[in-house]
Design a protein. Structure first.
Length: 280
């Protein structure tokens, strides 16, 4: 029976294989090294916050096949603009990005934001009084900083960096923290969990300290899944939102969101968790 052929057999074969291939759908999950959100190497590989959310989504979205691709962040944005069937866990929604991407409801939170300096320079920055990012970027231009290309951090900081762009940019977080550690930068504007992770990664867990600053958003920044702003991308986001609606209130999901947070930051994160759940 397996060897039976002829026109009828050919029709049956096409009926079975043609539509199956046409219905195969795939999501390419783009990833770049941004620990502790996405971790692409080392003992904690694939155990970042965004990594764990991505694994949860791939387990639930069984109608799709899934692959991951590690690329620089600017390449992710370029590919989404071109309509590639990619998604990225951890994108911050901005008006500019809404022109080419579809966004899920929030998946985690970036919080709190700090001005990060070498610990040995603590007194130098304390002497500047209550820190203002605007003041640093205008009145203290000799202090060196940098920012990730094409990144959205938080509305107030983004606006200041657009108005007073730093003299250099970087493409990987590790590069920036090595420069800070080696006295090639004076400060970074960064979330405390990212700074703490990189300090440990560099073998210098006490190397950096973080200062709050005047323009700090009082509300956390909520990253989302960002997919191409095409009919395909909007369909994927609708499915992702359905999964998130069922999962975000669970203790297991809360554990993901709180993973890698410093003990001192947990009360602040927990205080705004209900805001996170209510956001869309």
């Amino acid at each position: 029976m397996v060897k039976r052929c002829g026109l009828a057999g050919l029709v049956v074969t096409l009926a079975l294989t043609g539509p199956a291939r046409a219905e195969t759908r795939q999501i390419t999950w783009s990833v770049f090294d941004a620990p502790p959100y996405t971790i692409v190497e080392g003992a904690n590989r694939d155990n970042g916050i965004s990594d764990r959310i991505r694994r949860l989504l791939t387990a639930r979205l069984t109608e799709y096949s899934h692959s991951t691709l590690t690329v620089p962040f600017p390449r992710i944005l370029t590919s989404l603009k071109q309509g590639a069937e990619w998604c990225f866990v951890g994108g911050v929604r901005t008006p500019e990005r809404e022109g080419f991407a579809a966004f899920s409801r929030p998946v985690a939170m970036f919080y709190p934001l700090r001005i990060v300096v070498r610990a040995e320079n603590r007194a130098r920055f304390e002497a500047l009084g209550p820190l203002s990012l605007r003041n640093l970027l205008t009145e203290h231009r000799a202090l060196r900083t940098s920012m990730l290309r094409n990144r959205a951090i938080a509305p107030a900081a983004d606006a200041l960096f657009r108005q007073y762009p730093p003299g250099q940019t970087y493409s990987e977080f590790g590069e920036a923290f090595r420069m800070l550690l080696n006295d090639r930068l004076d400060y970074l504007v960064e979330f405390s969990s990212i700074a703490a992770y990189h300090a440990r990664l560099l073998g210098a867990p006490d190397a950096f300290v973080g200062f709050p600053f005047a323009e700090e958003n009082q509300e956390p920044v909520f990253p989302r899944v960002m997919c191409a702003g095409t009919p395909w991308g909007r369909e994927v986001v609708a499915r992702i939102d359905a999964v998130l609606a069922a999962e975000r209130a669970s203790p297991a999901y809360r554990e993901i969101v709180e993973a890698w947070a410093a003990e001192a930051d947990l009360p602040r994160i927990r205080a705004v968790y209900d805001t996170f759940l209510a956001s869309d």
